[in-house]
Design a protein around this ligand. Structure first.
Ligand SMILES: Nc1ncnc2c1ncn2[C@@H]1O[C@H](COP(=O)(O)OP(=O)(O)OP(=O)(O)O)[C@@H](O)[C@H]1O
Ligand SMILES: O=C(O)C1=C[C@@H](O)[C@@H](O)[C@H](O)C1
Ligand SMILES: [Mg+2]
Length: 175
């Protein structure tokens, strides 16, 4: 059984929906950003001290470790994790779900953007530019794309479960 891996733009709910999904499936939930912070400290401070290239290298190594877990897990990735081609290659063996959102929803969710260093001083301008740069990559990695961004966190988790385990459409169990 493969891991379920959540990818998508900043604020799409990878961390929060991932936790709700893991509860439903009785699987562990891990988040590459949380893991990074536990090991190396604050992401904005890490960017300031070491730069994005170093962050991406360490992020890739963490994701490779998490994907190698002996228990099938729900794994929420950082928004830019798919930029690394080695990470993308590893995702080919996983069940990958892209959570998509519109810029309007993102604006409600990312706040002043201070916890996300790639957003800089104009968070929504940066979000929109970065989304345009990455959308094709997210879609190419994904086995499933969830675009209904007005769903609640719990409903999004339910939708993923339903789409992973579709109920048979025909009543072919009748003798
Ligand atoms: N479906 C949803 N409906 C309403 N609010 C949501 C939904 N999904 C996430 N949120 C809220 O949006 C904010 C961002 O969510 P979250 O941190 O899970 O996004 P993320 O995709 O993990 O972002 P990042 O790439 O920065 O890690 C949180 O405050 C969360 O509670
Ligand atoms: O989209 C990105 O490049 C990032 C998203 C966050 O999840 C963090 O991984 C970090 O702030 C970089
Ligand atoms: Mg997150």
């Amino acid at each position: 059984m493969s891991n379920i891996v959540l990818i998508g733009p900043m604020g799409s709910g990878k961390s929060t929906v991932g936790a709700a999904l893991a509860r439903r499936l009785g699987r562990p939930h891990v988040d590459s950003d949380h893991f990074f912070v536990a090991r190396y400290g604050s992401i904005p401070e890490y960017f300031r001290a070491h730069g994005e290239k170093d962050f991406r290298e360490r992020e890739h190594r963490i994701i490779a470790e998490l994907l190698d877990s002996p228990r099938p897990s729900v794994i929420s990735l950082g928004g830019g994790a798919v930029l690394d081609e080695r990470t993308r290659a590893l995702l080919k063996d996983q069940t990958v779900v892209m959570l998509d959102i519109t810029p309007d929803q993102a604006a409600l969710r990312i706040g002043d953007g201070t916890s996300r260093p790639v957003l800089g001083d104009e968070p929504m301008e940066a979000w929109t530019r970065i989304y345009a740069e990455r959308e094709t990559i997210y879609r190419a990695c994904a086995d499933m794309v969830l675009s209904a961004d007005d769903e609640s966190i719990e409903t999004r988790a339910d939708t993923i479960v339903a789409r992973l385990n579709p109920t048979p459409s025909g009543d072919d169990t009748t003798p």
